[in-house]
Design a protein around this ligand. Structure first.
Ligand SMILES: [Zn+2]
Length: 90
C-alpha cells in the first residue's frame, strides 16, 4: 500500500495489511508470466495458459503455503466504518 509506506504508518504485525501478512504478495511473487499465453507456478513450475487458471491452481494446490491470517485483527475493520461515514456526507 503506497500511502502507508509514504506516510511511514506503523502497521501492527498482526494486521492483515502488514507486508508479511499479505497473502497475495506471496502469491504474486510466485507467479511468473513467462510468455504471452504462459503463466508459471513458482512453487511447482506447472504452466497455465491464463493467469486466472494459475490463481485457481494456487487456491487448489498451494493454499496451505499461503499465509492465512485472522481477519478480525485487521485495520480494515477500523477503516471501513470511517469510510462509510465519510461517503454518507458526500
Ligand atoms: Zn504449483
Amino acid at each position: 500500500m503506497p500511502f502507508v509506506e509514504k506516510e511511514k504508518y506503523h502497521i501492527p504485525r498482526r494486521c492483515r495489511f502488514h507486508p508479511d501478512n499479505d497473502i497475495y504478495r506471496d502469491q504474486e511473487q510466485h507467479k511468473f508470466h513467462t510468455d504471452i499465453n504462459e503463466w508459471q507456478c513458482g512453487y511447482c513450475k506447472k504452466s497455465f495458459y491464463e493467469e486466472k487458471h494459475l490463481d485457481q491452481h494456487f487456491d487448489n494446490r498451494h493454499s496451505n503455503l499461503l499465509n492465512l491470517v485472522d481477519t478480525s485483527s485487521s485495520i480494515l475493520f477500523l477503516i471501513l466504518p470511517l469510510m462509510e461515514k465519510c461517503l454518507k456526507y458526500l
